[in-house]
Write a protein that binds this ligand. Structure first.
Ligand SMILES: Cc1cc2nc3c(=O)[nH]c(=O)nc-3n(C[C@H](O)[C@H](O)[C@H](O)COP(=O)(O)OP(=O)(O)OC[C@H]3O[C@@H](n4cnc5c(N)ncnc54)[C@H](O)[C@@H]3O)c2cc1C
Length: 51
């Protein structure tokens, strides 16, 4: 039994999962990590985030 199920392993899902794990929650992430960026973004485009 999990405390949290995260559907989607994009930047937000992985971030939520990371914080939840750090808080000691038992969780499961469904999906391939960064699939939308691997499969659906133009070649050479990278996700940029403000510091
Ligand atoms: C062309 C383009 C350029 C962008 N550039 C930037 C940028 O430089 N910086 C920035 O901050 N943002 C950028 N964005 C916005 C970007 O989409 C988001 O910042 C980020 O990818 C959103 O993360 P997310 O985890 O919410 O969604 P997504 O990245 O879309 O991840 C969601 C994941 O969930 C998966 N999923 C969906 N349904 C299910 C299911 N039922 N079961 C399992 N998996 C599922 C999908 O396959 C996907 O992998 C850009 C967007 C586009 C379209």
């Amino acid at each position: 039994m999990y405390d949290l199920l995260v559907v989607g392993a994009g930047p937000h899902g992985l971030s939520i999962a990371s914080h939840a794990a750090a808080a000691g929650l038992g969780l499961r992430v469904l999906g391939r990590p960064m699939a939308s960026w691997r499969d659906h973004m133009p070649a050479g485009m990278y996700v940029k985030s403000e510091p």
